[in-house]
Design a protein around this ligand. Structure first.
Ligand SMILES: [Fe+2]
Ligand SMILES: [Fe+2]
Length: 279
């Protein structure tokens, strides 16, 4: 078994070994998924603005770490986008992103309310941890599935960043002076965040990333259809252990035992759901 390289925080685009790119190793389904992921990652500045509003009086250190987090997420978008442009010259990150941004703006990004849409800072951090658990597992799965050396490297670098993001938000969650939330409330927030992703974010990013502007008339957006296609493109890369790790990270955030019955049950249910989607 090969041991994956452990990448440190603070890498730049110049650290990636782009010259090793091998077009013969590009896998079409993975390429489609990477294009969509690039758009979602590249959208990070909107999240930073929103989170800084929620944590406005949390102190300079927290605000600085949110800024740094946003820079890293945007770089994930740039790195994935550049790789996708090399693999498919018809793909243009900036163009596809402009379309995605125009058509996808969650209500909490456009509003100016100070509070979190999750009801509390703790709720906000639970939702962030769910996303970072998802991305950490997703890029680990891509790293393990890819035969293309540059994508393997980028996915490895991103997966390591996502895991650090999870830890950042987990620590921020536990540093809040607000009272802790009950287990079911925490689970409710976590499941709610998963369902949000299944909504427009993933379907529409997949659409903008994989349907060219000139094709829009003949291939109009349909949430259900593109949600299914996005699911199929990404889910084939997962193995059972990636999903179990994801579930354990989420279960830890809600305060239950990552190796207990709830984690085992949730892992089995999620794996069945994903297997059914990718079939
Ligand atoms: Fe990311
Ligand atoms: Fe992240």
């Amino acid at each position: 078994m090969t041991v994956a390289t452990v990448y440190k925080q603070g890498w730049t685009m110049d650290d990636v070994h782009w010259s090793l790119f091998d077009p013969s190793k590009v896998e079409p389904a993975l390429l489609a998924a990477i294009k969509a992921a690039a758009l979602v990652e590249y959208n990070a500045p909107d999240y930073v603005t929103y989170l800084k509003r929620v944590f406005a009086d949390a102190g300079q250190e927290t605000l600085a770490s949110l800024e740094q987090w946003g820079r890293e997420e945007a770089q994930h978008g740039r790195a994935l986008g550049r790789w996708a442009e090399m693999a498919d010259p018809s793909f243009k990150l900036e163009e596809a992103f402009a379309r995605f941004r125009k058509g996808y703006t969650p209500a909490h990004f456009s509003g100016s309310a100070e509070g979190s849409v999750r009801g509390s800072r703790r709720g906000e951090m639970i939702a962030r941890c769910v996303v970072e658990s998802g991305t950490s597992s997703y890029y680990s799965a891509i790293r393990d599935a890819s035969d293309e050396p540059v994508l393997t490297e980028i996915a490895g670098r991103i997966a390591a960043d996502e895991y650090r993001h999870y830890k950042l938000f987990y620590d921020t969650l536990n540093a809040q002076s607000e009272p802790d939330l009950g287990l079911w409330k925490k689970l409710w927030i976590a499941v709610g965040r998963v369902r949000e992703s299944e909504d427009d974010e993933l379907a529409y990013s997949y659409y903008c990333a994989n349907v060219l502007p000139e094709e829009e008339n003949v291939r109009p957006y349909n949430r259900k259809k593109y949600s299914r296609m996005a699911g199929q493109a990404s889910m084939t890369i997962y193995h059972r252990h990636h999903i179990q790790k994801l579930v354990q990270m989420v279960i830890k955030v809600v305060g239950a035992d990552p190796h207990g019955w709830l984690a085992n049950l949730a892992g089995a249910v999620l794996w069945r759901r994903l297997s059914a989607k990718s079939a």
